[in-house]
Each structure stands twice: as structure tokens, then as C-alpha cells.
Design a protein around this ligand. Structure first.
Ligand code: SF4
Ligand code: FES
Length: 216
């Protein structure tokens, strides 16, 4: 699915908004109502706040639907110290850190924030588009059996994510998985279910093949 990115600009900053990756009304609207107002057109008014303040709120957008580019010489977004995958109950995985996602087309996306589908129903795979709610996807988001493996060589700190055809999200690079019960486990290699059928979520257990899951 082609991205649908719109840009909104002030003298100090450009805000890029990818409609297809926006899945909830939370951080932006609550964080800076002088800039983000769904009842106004345009709904983003970058001049409504100082660029530093706006950048801080954009960095809280968990899906990466919001990004910014500074025109005033201010700093670009810095990745957090570590890479994390947070499992959301009945919802996507929120990935944060130095993340490099390779799409089936070969295009790579290097960002610090992403929400990736794990129910198998998104029409904007690998990104979440909120289809889990309509599909009634149910999973508590708790890691029962850690399937992460250790690093095999120097990973240089980047979390590489690739997509197995008709199969899981493949992770390579240091990562902490944050379970919905507050526990966490770490490793550097792993496969996350994105078909929604694994009996050992969030990890892949091979169920995608039995279920005939299809995704590029
Ligand atoms: S914080 Fe991000 S995902 Fe949430 S409503 Fe705003 S743009 Fe959409
Ligand atoms: S992707 Fe779901 S079990 Fe493999």
C-alpha cells in the first residue's frame, strides 16, 4: 500500500504525517492541542508551538505516523539508548530504537518508532492500521516462553527487521522485548508472529504455514 504522507510547515519545522500509520488519538492531540486539532483544517498547525516543544511531542507518537524535519538548525530526533519491542495487549508491537526495516520491495526505512501488525489483518502491512480491533484479535501481550537467541557477531546496535514471505517478522540486532505484564527479556535474534495464529505469541511457532497466511 502506497504511503499517504502529508507535510505541514512553519518557518522552523516541517511535520510529516502518514495517515495510514496513525492508529489512535492520543499523544499528539493531548500533548499539544494548539498544534494538533482534528476539528480544524489543516488539522496540524506547526506554528502553534515552539519547534523544540513540537519535536518533543512528535517523538512520543508511538507509530511513527508523525515525523519532523527541522528548518531552524535544531537537532534531529535522536534514537533512544536501546532497542525495544513493546507487546501491546490485543494490538500491535511497538518498536523503538535504531530500527532498520526492509520492505519486500527492497526499500529500507530507518526510523526510531514503528507499530507493526501482529494480528495478520492489516491492509497496510507490515504496519498496523488498527485492523486488530475490527478483527477481534485477542492476546494478552505477555511473553511466556522467551525465544530470543543471543548475538552471533557485532550487531552495531541497529535492530534490523525483515519480513519472511508468508511468515514472521525476523529480528537481528540487540533488542529488549517488553511484555504487557511489566517483565522483559533480551536477545539479538528472533522471529515475531505476524499472522496472529502462533500459540507462543509474540514469537512465531510455525503456525503461519498451517494457517495459509499470505503476506509479502
Ligand atoms: S500520536 Fe501518532 S498515532 Fe497517535 S494520533 Fe497522533 S499521529 Fe496518530
Ligand atoms: S507468523 Fe504467526 S506463527 Fe509464524
Amino acid at each position: 500500500m502506497a504511503p499517504k504522507v502529508r507535510s505541514y510547515e512553519s518557518d522552523a519545522i516541517v511535520v510529516d504525517y502518514d495517515l495510514k500509520r496513525c492508529i489512535h488519538a492520543a499523544e499528539c492531540v493531548h500533548g499539544l492541542p494548539s498544534v494538533f486539532d482534528p476539528d480544524k483544517r489543516p488539522w496540524i498547525e506547526p506554528g502553534g508551538a515552539a519547534a523544540d516543544e513540537l519535536a518533543r511531542v512528535i517523538e512520543r507518537c508511538p507509530t511513527g505516523a508523525l515525523q519532523y524535519r527541522r528548518k531552524d538548525g535544531g537537532p534531529a530526533e535522536a534514537p533512544p539508548a536501546g532497542n525495544t519491542v513493546r507487546i501491546s495487549p490485543d494490538g500491535p508491537v511497538y518498536v523503538s530504537g535504531r530500527v532498520r526495516l526492509t520492505l519486500p520491495s527492497g526499500e529500507t526505512i530507518e526510523e526510531t518508532r514503528m507499530a507493526l501488525c501482529r494480528c495478520g489483518q492489516s491492509r497496510n502491512k507490515p504496519f498496523c492500521d488498527n485492523a486488530h480491533a475490527e478483527a477481534g484479535f485477542s492476546d494478552g501481550g505477555v511473553v511466556i516462553d522467551n525465544q530470543l537467541r543471543d548475538a552471533e557477531d557485532d550487531d552495531a546496535g541497529v535492530l534490523e527487521i525483515t519480513l519472511a514471505r508468508n511468515g514472521p517478522l525476523l529480528m537481528r540486532g540487540p533488542v529488549e522485548i517488553q511484555s504487557a505484564d511489566g517483565s522483559a527479556c533480551s536477545g539479538a535474534r528472533g522471529a515475531l508472529c505476524r499472522c496472529g495464529h502462533s500459540a507462543n505469541k509474540p514469537f512465531c511457532d510455525g503456525s503461519h504455514a498451517r494457517q495459509g497466511f499470505e503476506a509479502e
